[in-house]
Every structure is written in C-alpha cells, then in structure tokens.
Design a protein around this ligand. Sequence first.
Ligand code: C2E
Ligand code: CA
Ligand code: CA
Ligand code: CA
Length: 280
Amino acid sequence: VRSRRESGCCFFREEMNAKARDGLAMERALHEALACEAFELWYQPLLDLKSDRLQGVEALVRWRRGADDWVLPDQFIPQAEESGQIIGLGRWVLKTAVHQAAAWQCVLNRPLEMAVNVSPREMLYPGFVDDVAAVLRESGIMSGTLTLEITESIFMEPEDESRVVEILERLRGLGVKLAIDDFGTGFSALGYLKRFPVDVLKIDREFVRDIHVDMNAATLCQAIIWMAKGLQMGVVAEGVECAEQLDILRQSGARSIQGYHIAKPLESKDVLMFISKNDG
Ligand code: C2E
Ligand code: CA
Ligand code: CA
Ligand code: CA
C-alpha cells in the first residue's frame, strides 16, 4: 500500500482546487484516487452525557495529498455528488467504517457506535439498502450500532417522498439508526419530522457556537432539544469547542455531544488509545 501511495499517481494535487470548477479534471482525479486507495477515514468521538462515556465515533473521509497532508471533504464531496462518483466513494466509506467498527467492538467488547455520512444521491441509488444489509452481515458489527447521517435536503423532493420513506423504513428494519445531520440549516419546514422515520437530530454547530455568549442562541438550542425529546428522538450537539458550551448543553438536557472540546477527528490508529484513556 505504502509504495502505491508514494507513487503519487492519485494524490490530490494543488491545481485540483482551480480545476474543480470545470469538473473533468476532478472527476478523473477522484477516479484514480478510488482506484489506488488515496482515501482514508478519520473518526471523531461522540460523548454520551448521561454516562460520560464515549458512545461512538463518526467516520469522516479525507483525501491524502501527501505524507501528513490531507484534503478535507468539503473540497471534493460536492463534485463527487455531482458526477455520481459519490456512489463508489460512499460504498467504500460504508464498508470501511462498518468493518472498522466491528473490529473495535471486538477489542473493546462493547457496542461502540459508528456514524456514517450518506449523501441523498447515494441513499436514493438503487441497491443502497441491499448494500447496507450485506455490509452489516459480512462485518459482524453488533446490531443497532450503525447510524446513517443524512441531511434535510433528502426531505425536500416531494415526488420522492414515498420512496424515501420506504428506504428509511427498510434501513430501520435492519436495525440502522437514522440521524438528521446539520439540523436547522436546511431551510425546510419542520413537518417532515412527522412524516419520516428518523431517530436522532444532530444540532448544527452554527447553533452551538454562541450558546455561551448569546441568550438567543442558547434558547434556540434548548428549543431544539425539547422538540427532539418530545418527538422521542435522540439529540447530538455538534461543534462543542469549550467547557462553557458543554455545561449549557448538559443543563439543557442534550443526550450527547461532539466537537473539538472532546476530540478532533482522529486517525484510526489513535482511536483505541483515545478511548482507553478517556473511558477508564
Ligand atoms: P459534518 O457531517 O457536519 O461533519 C462535521 C464536520 O465538522 C467535520 O468536518 C468535523 O471535522 C468538523 N468539526 C467537528 N467538531 C468541530 C468543532 O468543534 N469545531 C469545528 N469548527 N469543526 C468541527 P469535515 O471532516 O471537514 O467534514 C465536512 C463535511 O463533509 C461533513 O460535515 C459531511 O457533511 C461531509 N462528509 C465527511 N465525510 C463524508 C462521507 O464519508 N460521505 C459524505 N457523503 N459526506 C461526508
Ligand atoms: Ca455528519
Ligand atoms: Ca453536521
Ligand atoms: Ca456539515
């Protein structure tokens, strides 16, 4: 693996940023990167506030540009969604993350959770639910420990509604939890929360950022947490960067949190060490 990576054939090159606009160069580079394993998953821990233990991790994809040099997903996921390559990339992400979770669960001997981001286009692609079922089966991951994170945009295409509901219900039937990512940023009406089967709201970090300095921000967060509880949904606050924010979220009844205050995304080799240090 090392030598293939060092050959540099598929490193994300600086000029990709500029060329991304014309699409084709990026498409080719993504294709090469998938072929020669230039992607890697990093994992950001989630803290369960009830037990003060690490509840699980979220898988976040990175593209290797060189030794210790990584390209963040905002620079290539949108293009991958546009070109359809998100299908191949997403399959790789799902498989890698679920197998990794199964391996960690085996070592830790507990149901560490794994959250995986899924683009709407990926979820709506024929065969997605079957792929998930196959990965769950072949990995041996503990049941009920996979969460798929989707954004509100998937609820905004009315013609797809019955299809989306069917997909979500089949996923739930497999024991998969469904989380709404970046909750509150999608400009969609809240009515979809009644119509679609979802389990968790992830409060976007935009709402969390100012809760310790701005009463209005704190009130909004509190309201989202109450609403989630009323709907019997779990709630995760993202982007928690300091102890003051954590205190307010704890008082507000948030179930779990994620953010630099707990940990930045970690390389896979550092995850078990982090858990053993922080979980006693
Ligand atoms: P996201 O799912 O909302 O992930 C959280 C992002 O916020 C991550 O950025 C994470 O590194 C960052 N973050 C976490 N805690 C903090 C904090 O306390 N402060 C600040 N300032 N940032 C924090 P990242 O890894 O760059 O990912 C960006 C987005 O790319 C993700 O947002 C997600 O929408 C997308 N993404 C990442 N991996 C995948 C993937 O495998 N598939 C798909 N479809 N999308 C992905
Ligand atoms: Ca996410
Ligand atoms: Ca998010
Ligand atoms: Ca986001």
